[in-house]
Design a protein around this ligand. Structure first.
Ligand code: FDA
Length: 315
């Protein structure tokens, strides 16, 4: 109950420019953020990717940014992605999709008024071309529920040229079981997560157990279908259930993958990889870490205590 209230406050703060200024300027912020975001430049992303690959896990890199409100910024994010893909390829990290990228469509213009979805689709198309040249793939992150239809429409458009583009579906949304059925097709890469935004009860389950039950129903659909499920969770029970569902549906290791966030349960990431599972780590980098960081705090109240203590000791 208290956790839910704290989560709502933190997720609202994630969209508040005032709180953003305070958190960004707090002296201890950087050190805490570094747990989840290894650096601000593409060189940090390349270096961290190399380390993760050496540790036996694959990577999806996110150039941080969201809710872009001007065209120049959207174009700059698109260009940052194409440059990043070039650097990753030059470093020999992209072969066979070992390191791919994740893209938030709002960062490349989806929210720029009526033309926004078209601007974002064109930008994502350019990023997919760069990924294809690098021999790797792209996954479209999913943002709040007002963007779901537009994001799935962009996905359909991109898949006509790049059938390997991955989608994300959020188990907390009531619609998602149906979306899983639509996307559980041959060649379709679907990342299933719980969902990280503050959503109303009209569209999303509010109770944690209901979200977990929805996750299992959605995962069952994905595991039973001919697509490629990407199981994005740190939840030990859901990880076990995913393994059992894979066995029940005759999927060997490599027929699906686990995904976790950089800095969250790294021991479990390594443990799963050591058992032969495919594990991919979501690796964010960039200056625009505020929204991403606040969502990580909202996921785990213990992180808030850690953050506040660090501000007090360093401030
Ligand atoms: P849950 O939050 O119940 O956590 C289970 C356990 O994991 C916790 O008890 C704790 O031990 C550990 N844990 C989880 N989060 C932690 C944290 N921040 N810090 C420390 N420990 C933590 N969401 C979205 O809306 N759109 C998207 O595109 C994506 N993309 C995405 C990619 C990948 C690879 C992952 C792993 C997650 C996302 N998410 C996302 C985020 C997702 O929706 C969800 O908010 C988080 O994964 C947390 O949910 P869990 O399934 O881990 O369960």
């Amino acid at each position: 109950m208290l956790d839910n209230a704290l989560r709502t406050v933190l997720l609202q703060a994630a969209r508040s420019p005032g709180v953003r200024t305070v958190v960004e300027r707090a002296p201890g912020s950087r050190a805490v953020v570094r747990r989840f975001v290894p650096g601000t430049g593409s060189e940090h992303a390349v270096e961290a990717s190399r380390d993760l690959l050496a540790g036996g896990v694959r990577v999806t890199v996110d150039h941080l940014g969201e809710d872009t409100t001007d065209r120049a910024r959207a174009d700059a994010v698109r260009d940052a992605y194409t440059a990043l893909l070039g650097r990753l390829a030059d470093a020999g990290l992209t072969a066979d999709g070992a390191v791919e990228v994740s893209v938030k469509l709002s960062a490349v213009g989806q929210a720029l008024g009526p033309d926004g979805p078209a601007v974002a689709t064109a930008a994502a198309h350019a990023i997919c071309e760069a990924a294809a040249a690098a021999g790797t793939t792209v996954t479209l992150d999913m943002e709040d529920h007002t963007t779901t239809d537009a994001t799935l429409e962009t996905l359909r458009t991109l898949r006509a040229d790049f059938p390997w583009v991955g989608a994300v579906l959020q188990a907390y949304l009531r619609r998602t079981e149906g979306d899983c059925r639509d996307l559980a097709t041959a060649g379709s890469r679907v990342r299933l997560c719980k969902g990280a935004y503050d959503e109303p009860a009209s569209v999303a389950f509010q109770d944690k157990h209901e979200v977990d039950r929805s996750y299992v129903r959605c995962l069952t659909v994905l595991m039973a279908g001919p697509g490629y499920p990407m199981v994005a969770t740190h939840d030990p029970r859901l990880i076990d259930i995913a393994g059992a569902l894979a066995v029940r549906h005759g999927r060997g290791q490599g027929g699906y993958e686990f995904q976790m966030l950089y800095g969250v349960r790294p021991d479990e990431q390594r443990r799963l990889a050591a058992t032969g599972e495919t594990v991919r780590v979501y690796l964010p980098y960039g200056q625009d870490w505020y929204g991403y960081f606040m969502r990580r705090l909202a996921e785990r109240p213990a992180n808030v205590g850690f953050f506040l203590r660090s501000l007090m000791t360093r401030g």
